[in-house]
Ligand binder design. Structure first.
Ligand SMILES: Nc1ncnc2c1ncn2[C@@H]1O[C@H](COP(=O)(O)OP(=O)(O)OP(=O)(O)O)[C@@H](O)[C@H]1O
Ligand SMILES: [Mg+2]
Length: 315
């Protein structure tokens, strides 16, 4: 991530969308900072694409507001479009035109100077690894190639912000990872902020600098993935699991007296310690002072799995 004085590039305030009587985006408050790769993650139907459409001014909020790069998306959609690249969920290329012809069309729509068009097309195609396919009609492209062409299309206008709706949907894992690598490289090299929507939590989260989890129109968690599980599942607490050479009531009592420990449970030689802080170093000291040996210690990091099971698993 690049250093950008932490300014937000996307700000949603009480953003709500209803279709008929159904609320599909429910009072969303969200700030995304410049330089981030933000993952908007949630299962099918959670409201991700609807949020993106509101960001781009392609559909109006029922209430609340959304700003992108300082512009109100609903009132100034053209200004938002000028600084934003968008990969739609369903790509809309002219199938019988070539990759180059499609990108040229985008470049012209975005008033790129004629003299720069060919070099920009070349550069964008090279980044996504499609330079060899430049003169091939899009209807001969595989799904993965089309997604990559979609990313090239986003890059043509040198956006500050790239909004990618499901960039890896339907792709095999190798191609999906190539796309994610491209995103990371562009974030670093060109300082592009990314907003990525996906229902593929496990796949996408590894490149995200922060994520938001959507469920049924609501943002139920937001922040760094490492902290997310603690926030959502254990009231901000740490769970430390430690295996000792032997366990006796005395040591359990001593561990209980460490500041910020709220609970200690024992099972054979394993202690499960719940605490308000990461107390691994104090813990090691207490154990060693009591002439015991630690054979294993880890902070339980099942947060991602728990999030997945609770919100993403098909019902
Ligand atoms: N134009 C529309 N009219 C009525 N309902 C809609 C419309 N667009 C979306 N919805 C409903 O809003 C809800 C959220 O849809 P949305 O497409 O935003 O979800 P999503 O999180 O992008 O899902 P996916 O992962 O499948 O792309 C869904 O229940 C959907 O059926
Ligand atoms: Mg969607």
């Amino acid at each position: 991530m690049n250093n950008n004085n932490n300014e937000p590039i996307i700000v949603a305030e009480n953003l709500t969308k209803q279709y008929g009587g159904t609320t599909v985006v429910n009072n969303l408050n969200l700030k995304i900072k410049k330089g981030e790769i933000f993952g908007l993650l949630g299962p099918n139907g959670a409201g991700k694409s609807t949020i993106i459409l509101m960001m781009l001014g392609l559909t109006e909020p029922s209430s609340g507001s959304i700003r992108v790069a300082g512009f109100n998306s609903t009132k100034e959609p053209i200004k938002v479009k000028r600084v934003t690249g968008y990969l739609p969920e369903r790509l809309g290329f002219y199938e019988d035109l070539t990759a180059r012809q499609n990108l040229k069309y985008t470049a012209e729509l975005n008033s790129i100077a004629q003299k720069d068009i060919e070099s920009k097309i070349g550069e964008a195609l090279e980044i996504v690894g499609l330079e060899k396919n430049k003169n091939q009609p899009v209807n001969t492209f595989s799904k993965g190639m089309k997604k990559r062409l979609g990313i090239a299309d986003v890059l043509i206008k040198d956006p500050q912000l790239a909004i990618l709706d499901e960039p890896t949907e339907g792709l095999d894992i190798k191609i999906a990872n190539q796309i994610l690598d491209n995103i990371q490289i562009l974030n670093n090299a060109k300082n592009i902020t990314f907003m990525i929507s996906s229902h593929q939590l496990n796949l996408i989260q590894k490149i995200c600098t922060s994520i938001g989890i959507m469920s049924k129109g609501k943002l139920i968690g937001e922040g760094k993935i490492d902290n997310m599980g603690r926030g959502l599942f254990s009231e901000g607490r740490y769970i430390i699991e430690i295996e000792l050479s032997n366990v006796n009531p005395e040591i359990i009592q001593k561990v209980r007296t460490i500041k910020s420990v709220v609970n200690v449970e024992s099972n054979d030689n394993i202690l499960e310690i719940t605490s308000d802080e990461d107390i691994r170093s104090q813990l090691s000291r207490v154990i060693l002072e009591n002439n015991m040996l630690i054979t294993k210690m880890n902070i339980k990091d099942s947060s991602l799995e728990e999030i997945y099971l609770k919100y993403f698993k098909e019902e």
